[in-house]
Design a binder for this molecule. Sequence first.
Ligand code: HEM
Ligand SMILES: *[C@@H]1O[C@H](CO)[C@@H](O)[C@H](O)[C@H]1NC(C)=O
Ligand SMILES: *[C@@H]1O[C@H](CO)[C@@H](O)[C@H](O)[C@H]1NC(C)=O
Ligand SMILES: *[C@@H]1O[C@H](CO)[C@@H](O)[C@H](O)[C@H]1NC(C)=O
Ligand SMILES: *[C@@H]1O[C@H](CO)[C@@H](O)[C@H](O)[C@H]1NC(C)=O
Length: 329
Amino acid sequence: MSLLPLVLLLLLITMAVATPLRPGFYSKTCPEAEFIVRDVMIKAMIREPRSVASVMRFQFHDCFVNGCDASLLLDDTPTMLGEKLALSNINSLRSFEVIDEIKEALEKVCPGTVSCADIIIMASRDAVSLSGGPNWEVKLGREDSLTASQEDSDSIMPSPRANASFLIDLFAKFNLSVKDLVALSGSHSIGQGRCFSIMFRLYNQSGSGKPDPTIEPKFREKLDRLCPLGGDENVTVDLDATPQIFDNQYFKDLAAGRGFLNSDETLYTNPETREYVCLFKENQGEFFKAFAEGMIKMGDLQSGRAGEIRSNCRVANGRPVDILLESGL
Ligand code: HEM
Ligand SMILES: *[C@@H]1O[C@H](CO)[C@@H](O)[C@H](O)[C@H]1NC(C)=O
Ligand SMILES: *[C@@H]1O[C@H](CO)[C@@H](O)[C@H](O)[C@H]1NC(C)=O
Ligand SMILES: *[C@@H]1O[C@H](CO)[C@@H](O)[C@H](O)[C@H]1NC(C)=O
Ligand SMILES: *[C@@H]1O[C@H](CO)[C@@H](O)[C@H](O)[C@H]1NC(C)=O
């Protein structure tokens, strides 16, 4: 007996075209959803202030790799190398337990209803507004991926060494403008990065054997002290001067040569992006508006592949179709 017709049938059933996202998607099926997410985020923030920044970063690393589908959250399996150990994520992404906590709370109230992909979108919005940044209405209705791809993450996610022209081109591939790029980089208004991400900048920029000349000297002395050559590269450093407040300090820092990452400072060095750094530095309202718009656009990225509502964000539900496909049919 051939299993093929069954497989095809199951595939057809699950091959959903990208569903239109909309505000209030859970208003009938799980009206408390947004309150529950916010509640857990508030608790996480009290427990560890940095955790909300870490959670907000998930939206970028999830949405750029095959759409906002929570592929990022899948643990590796014997047959799948997931995204958690990808170049940009390993020893770096953190606070996955906050998402687990949100998911558990949601499963208790409305089991099998709210996707992990939507949790990331709601939690990222809350991270920003709870830190003093803008608030915005999120569109919901995403599904969770059945799989994840380390290879795709490795080839897509930008390195901290990236320059502005590279980032402009990368963001353009996702229909994100130069303004979106600069505004979204303003996410580095909260959180921290590791010395590992700036060692080349401090000691061997572009293979020159010298530091990046755009770093302001006093700031470089401070970074040299925190991140000495041969020291512990897991030491973390604030991404701007007010790392728990979502504000436009990040842009003021860039203009003063006090950006942490090469990818940050380059936004001021490059004339095309500098225009927006200056706008956001002078006008926090413009930054907040552009940031919310950028997050909504980034949240619209979808792969169009079949999805599901995971009951545990770390593992696919493992329906018959997955098992059949994994067995090589
Ligand atoms: C424009 C290109 C970007 C690059 C090259 C970049 C790169 C990085 C790097 C290297 C770190 C520090 C990681 C470490 O050292 O362990 C970091 C941290 C962070 N990134 Fe980005 N990023 C970019 C854009 C974004 C975007 C669009 C968002 C969100 C909308 C975001 C949110 C964050 C946050 C919140 C942190 C701090 C996380 C924490 O404290 O745990 N980044 N980013
Ligand atoms: C920016 O980075 C790209 C890719 O790494 C490189 O080819 C290009 O020369 C760089 N541009 C500038 C202006 O440094
Ligand atoms: C960008 O926009 C174009 C035209 O609207 C569309 O065809 C394309 O799929 C979009 N790309 C992404 C990555 O969303
Ligand atoms: C700096 O980088 C260049 C090119 O990657 C490399 O050849 C050189 O050995 C490095 N120098 C130091 C001091 O690490
Ligand atoms: C950072 O810590 C991790 C374990 O948490 C370790 O595997 C890794 O080698 C360390 N990385 C650096 C650059 O020191």
